[in-house]
Design a binder for this molecule. Sequence first.
Ligand SMILES: *Cc1c(COP(=O)(O)O)cnc(C)c1O
Length: 404
Amino acid sequence: MAKDRGFTGKEGYFGEFGGRYAPEILTRALDELETAYRRLKKSKKFEKELEYYRRNYIGRPSPLTYAENLTKAWGGARIWLKREDLNHTGAHKINNAIGQALIAKSMGKRRVIAETGAGQHGVATATVGALFGFDTVVYMGEEDLRRQKLNEIRMQMLGAKVVGVSAGTATLKDATSEAMRDWALNVDHTHYIVGSAIGPHPFPMIVRDFQAIIGEESKKQFRKAEDKLPDAVVACVGGGSNAIGIFHEFLKEKKVKLYGVEAGGKGTSPGEHSATMLFGKTGFLHGTKTLVIQDENGQVLPAHSVSAGLDYPGVGPEHAYLHETGRVSYESVSDENALDAFLEVCRVEGIIPALETAHAFRFARDLAKDLGKKKDILICLSGRGDKDVAEVARLTGILKGEIL
Ligand SMILES: *Cc1c(COP(=O)(O)O)cnc(C)c1O
């Protein structure tokens, strides 16, 4: 692992986590990105441009839906859904992809690259690539290409080149490593649109800032509907971008309990789960200091989840910090329970959620019972599940009429 060279600012840190532990060759690009972002952040023109695309292209603000049927079915706290599934391209990823594309454009970059797990960030990047005329390359693990065929086809239709990665477990970690390698080689004309709140500074900050719109809108919408704040907010955590996006506005509201839900997978042994908060130790992954699932020698261990988007052996550094301070509680939900929740949300509420989000739903069900009737739970419905229907059908035997 490269040393922390030339980066002395405290700003990239969340407590002891975060920072910049990237190869020296990327230092200039990371500095250039930070400078460009800080300049744009203060610019009224950029604010207007971002607002324009949010409204007229993504379709923001996304609705806040009261889930009357789930509330009744679960018999406890009232359930509210922040509908990121209704964004253009079907998940929260586009919030960040649009923002970073505008930065790339202002820096004069002609090419953008991305890593993707379930393919949602790849689709979002391919989309902004088409919109702004970038050459676009997306790295995706071979195992994920198998699980998420639909998104591979979407990316190709949008004009992106999809590169399969067969190293390691051929999933998100390996795709991210490959994208970092590409960036180091082509840094002059290429911007790496990192898809989650991970990576070296300034990425965790930039991704969080672009996703914070989720929490800002939710708070206003909830106040308007109920004249109060929700009692609890629940979001699934892979790298942690939808979760930090909805949490950020509520961090200062100490009465609002915050829950991040990781993938418990199929067991507690290494290679069976992606529960970084439960099993991770402080280490380094993809240029940042964070909690990482690793062995005694610091070797990163394979992660597993039924959902490709949660299948990551690290977590964004801000989450590691929020875990350490106790401000956010991190939980995990197994593959099997997530699949149950997926089908339950389809049938009870008429919404096909992403498999990632199904983890949040399952935890919220238990929480609703614990909190009882007068309380309110806000769930970040991070994306829609069209991409998952083939894999869920295969895993549950739904096509063979084994379950109905
Ligand atoms: C990518 C993705 C996730 C996981 O990524 P985070 O960065 O943790 O948000 C969750 N839900 C959906 C729908 C996704 O596409």
